[in-house]
Design a protein around this ligand. Structure first.
Ligand code: CA
Length: 225
């Protein structure tokens, strides 16, 4: 992965730990944005895209677990917990709270950067490549086979709706309710947007049509492979 520097959001209230990590990640080419409060971390995550989040469990304003739950409602961004106590590790693992990994304090910065790199490799490696669609709900963007789709607002909302539950058949009326929440539209508006969305997907992969027409019923989305 060349080009833009990868961005890490670090939410950690201890300055000495943050400094060490910012330095270690910086030498590996990462750009680190540092926040000390959970709410500031969430705000940062809503304001721009990050490749990975490092989240301390013991924050002054909230538990890292609560912050993680909130993040998971909005984003699938890879996430590593920094934990201080062994019982916290049990919770991280046991509750399957949505973290990708954890590191226990005290840790070496090398260990953290190694895990960050491993997770990012996994996220961009062959395993993720089989997930044809990557939906960044925070940013309102969808990548298809790794390529960012240039979608209009309603094309995006339509695709996001179908992507939320692959294989589920949505009637036109359901799609009109779910996608065009702020406008009165006709059946053919749905069809028109399906058509333009299909064309954009075909530009990326012309051998597979992920949007399935079910005659008399509606549309569904199927995943390749
Ligand atoms: Ca702390």
């Amino acid at each position: 992965m060349s080009g833009a520097r990868r961005a890490v959001l670090l939410v950690e209230d201890e300055a000495s730990i943050a400094d060490t990590l910012i330095y270690a990640l910086g030498t590996e080419g990462f750009e680190v944005e540092w926040k000390t409060l959970g709410r500031d971390g969430l705000a940062a995550l809503r304001s721009r895209a990050f490749d990975l989040v490092i989240l301390d469990v013991g924050l002054p304003d909230a538990s890292g677990f609560e912050v993680c739950k909130q993040i998971r409602k909005e984003s699938d961004v890879p996430l590593i917990f920094l934990t201080a106590r062994s019982e916290e590790i049990d919770r991280v693992v046991g509750l399957e709270i949505g973290a990708d990994d954890y590191v226990s304090k005290p840790f070496s910065p090398r260990e953290v950067t190694a895990r960050v790199k491993r997770i990012l490799q996994r996220a961009r490696g062959p395993a993720a490549a089989t997930a044809a669609f990557e939906h960044d709900a925070l940013a309102g963007r969808v990548r298809y086979h790794g390529r960012a789709l240039e979608l209009t607002r309603y094309e995006y909302l339509l695709l996001a709706t179908l992507l939320a539950t692959p294989e589920r058949i949505y009637s036109r009326a359901q799609l009109m309710d779910l996608v065009w929440t702020d406008a009165d539209v006709f059946d053919r508006t749905v069809d028109t947007h399906v058509k333009t969305l299909r064309a954009k997907l075909r530009e990326v992969d012309d051998a597979f049509d992920p949007i399935v027409t079910h005659r008399g019923l509606g549309y569904s989305l199927r995943l390749p492979g």
